[in-house]
Structure formats: structure tokens, C-alpha cells
Design a protein around this ligand. Structure first.
Ligand code: CA
Length: 232
């Protein structure tokens, strides 16, 4: 059965082109032109993925996203933002969105992200009840059976994506990964070219939880112009 994508966007021409392209790829679509209706459809129909515009009438994308998570729904959400809306403040907010894409976007890139996020959500493993293999050494240790990361023996409160990012970096210590390559390995995008802000957002959130002093990271380090690495 086709997967269902809910489009929440107040610009009708964008909704039309998204619907056309998604349906051509075999998805079913639902659409909403304001935040209230979007939230209502998200909760009633439990779609497989939500494309959520940020600036919406009645209820903005932030509030819709938060309300969906508060309702306990883990539906993958891709936030659509306009370039002029970008700011560190916006990106630093813990919205619970899985990904961000900037308008104007290429349809090919958007379809690749929709596919990757639905696939990832389908593959989400059920945590094993028993403790498993531990990776990492020193202060950061990850139990890959329990899917829990520890710092100094205390479990970190990570989102699934933050956990996956940390696990990937810790599994490959002292190796630098470009943001594109992290998009491929952690976000499951194939041959990734395009917007890599989702990586920066996730790295920033992760540092706030992992580092002693987030502005001066010691574990998750930036190699300027090249990418990020885990300093073992
Ligand atoms: Ca809008």
C-alpha cells in the first residue's frame, strides 16, 4: 500500500507541485493550508511523513511540530523553511523535526529525503531488552543493545537521531566526516548533494548534551572546512 505524506503549506502553488510529484512517485497525499488543520490531519490520519512549512496561518510549524510530538507521535517531519527565516535561534530550537529543507528546493532532493525518512522510520529497531555490546572508551560509552549512550556512567537523554549520530562518530573515532558524508551514513541519503543544515543542527544539539562546555567542544570536534569527528 502506498505511503501517505501530509503536506502542510499555505502556498497553494507549492502544495500543488508537491502533490503532483509525490503522487507520481506512488505516495498518497493529504494537504492542509494552515497549522490547525495540519495538526488535526496529522493526529487523525497518522501519515507516514509530514512536510511542514514553518510560517503558517493559525498555528506555525514550530507549534504544530511540538504538538505532534507532545501527542506521542514519532511521525518523520521534514520542516520547510524559507531562507530569510533562517537564524541560529530558529535552528537551535528543539522542535523534534527530523530534517530541514530550504525553499526553494529541488524536487529531486525533496523526494530523496521523503524516501529516506520513510525508510528510516520503517527500519527503526525495537530496543533489545538486554544490555549489548559497548563501544567507546573513556567518558563516553554507548550500549548498542540498549541503544543508550552514557557520559561518565550517566545515561544521556538523546533523540533517536542524536543517538545515531553519536554512535556513528564514536564507532569511527578520530576520523573526520564531511557533513555530506554524515547525511549519507546517519540520515541514509544516497550520494548526498544539497542542504546539510540538518547535520549542523543535530551536532549543536548533541554538543549541548554531551560536552562539558558546548562552545568549546572536546568530544565532538569541528575540523574547519572538512567536517566533524569524535575525539577519543
Ligand atoms: Ca508559509
Amino acid at each position: 500500500m502506498g505511503k501517505t505524506v501530509l503536506i502542510v503549506e499555505d502556498e497553494k502553488n507549492i502544495v500543488d507541485i508537491l502533490r503532483f510529484n509525490l503522487e507520481r512517485e506512488g505516495y498518497r497525499t493529504l494537504d492542509a493550508y494552515d497549522g490547525d488543520t495540519g495538526l488535526q490531519l496529522a493526529l487523525e490520519h497518522d501519515p507516514d511523513l509530514i512536510l511542514l512549512d514553518l510560517m503558517l496561518p493559525k498555528k506555525n510549524g514550530f507549534d504544530v511540530c511540538r504538538a505532534i510530538r507532545t501527542a506521542g507521535r514519532a511521525t518523520p517531519i521534514i520542516m520547510l523553511t524559507a531562507r530569510e527565516e533562517e537564524s541560529d535561534k530558529v535552528l537551535g530550537l528543539d522542535l523534534g523535526a527530523d530534517d530541514y529543507i530550504t525553499k526553494p528546493f529541488s524536487m529531486r532532493e525533496l523526494l530523496a529525503r521523503v524516501k529516506a525518512n520513510i525508510r528510516r522510520s520503517d527500519m527503526t529497531p525495537v530496543p533489545a531488552p538486554a544490555a549489548g555490546t559497548k563501544i567507546g572508551r573513556g567518558r563516553i560509552v554507548i550500549d548498542t543493545g540498549l541503544l543508550i549512550a552514557y557520559k561518565d556512567g550517566i545515561a544521556l537523554d538523546l533523540t533517536q537521531r542524536e543517538y545515531e549520530l553519536l554512535r556513528f562518530l564514536v564507532s569511527n573515532p578520530d576520523r573526520v566526516f564531511s557533513r555530506e558524508s554524515l547525511m549519507e551514513h546517519v540520515w541514509n541519503y544516497e550520494s548526498y548533494v544539497g542542504d546539510v543544515r540538518a547535520v549542523d543542527v543535530a551536532i549543536r544539539r548533541l554538543r549541548e548534551k554531551v560536552e562539558d562546555d558546548p562552545p568549546s567542544p572536546r568530544f565532538i570536534v569541528t575540523r574547519r572546512g572538512q567536517g566533524y569527528f569524535f575525539h577519543a
